[in-house]
Design a protein around this ligand. Structure first.
Ligand code: FES
Length: 250
């Protein structure tokens, strides 16, 4: 350990949804390969501010610690990103850590991302199967479709694409790029395609694809490099096709 080297971290704290937000600053001992989650753990072990005031451990979500579960999304130095892959040595100090702003704060950095999960339910982002009997082998998926589907399947529902989207705000119910990308994924699966029409109907309603203003911030903020703008264009195309010719196929 480099003798005496410190990491200065500022955390936006909020005791409950009703309380006002405030900042607390911490000085932590530097270690090699530190990431933001390690900083938050160090604070939990020794919850004392830089001024020496005793405080509470910071509330936050994390699980996999390898950018897979999507739970640790937060705003770090003004950028929506995953705390587990945000390396301290690559961040300007003091490191400012805030909760995502597009979701209700529960406490400190923990937010309620239920809106996203409700949107996934709304667009039926799954392939319905009856698990009560053996359905046999599923349909073959061509390598071409697999190649297109795989990047979309990497979505971790972190919410970063909603955080950076100007259309996600208190004045509308725009579902956000991740949701439309999942519609594209399930519509391209041979079994999922049986419910494509219902999914497209869901994205033609309130908060649907029509509300996308093409800011294209989403694709830059996605930690999994999902081609979100391609998904938005494709779902827009499917929605137009259904609006113009949907009645033909009943
Ligand atoms: S802890 Fe799972 S993505 Fe960061």
């Amino acid at each position: 350990m480099a003798e005496g080297k410190q990491v200065i971290v500022k955390v936006k704290r909020q005791a409950s949804p009703k309380d006002a937000a405030r900042w607390e600053e911490f000085a932590l001992p530097w270690r090699p390969s530190m990431n933001v989650i390690i900083c938050l753990r160090d604070i939990a072990e020794h919850p004392v501010t830089r001024e020496g005031k005793q405080t509470n451990p910071v509330s936050y979500d994390s699980n996999c610690l390898e950018e897979v579960c999507g739970s640790c999304a937060m705003v770090i130095n003004g950028k929506a990103r995953m705390a587990c892959s945000a390396l301290v040595d690559q961040l300007e100090q003091p490191i400012r850590i805030e909760p995502l702003s597009k979701f209700p704060v529960i406490r400190d950095l923990t937010v309620d991302r239920q809106f996203m999960f409700d949107s996934l339910k709304r667009v039926k982002a799954w392939i319905p199967i009856d698990g009560t009997y053996n359905l046999g082998e599923g349909p073959r998926v061509s390598p071409e479709v697999q190649e297109k589907a795989y990047p979309l399947s990497r979505c971790i529902t972190c919410g970063n694409c909603l955080e950076v989207c100007p259309q996600v705000n208190e004045n509308n119910n725009f579902m956000g790029a991740a949701i439309f990308s999942q519609v594209r994924l399930f519509n391209m699966h041979p079994t999922g395609a049986m419910h494509a029409k219902e999914r497209i109907e869901a994205v033609m309603g309130d908060g649907g694809i029509e509300d996308c203003a093409n800011a294209q911030n989403c694709v830059k903020a996605c930690p999994k490099e999902i081609p979100l703008t391609e998904s938005l264009a494709e779902i827009n195309r499917q929605a137009w096709k259904q609006a113009l010719f949907g009645w033909l196929v009943g």
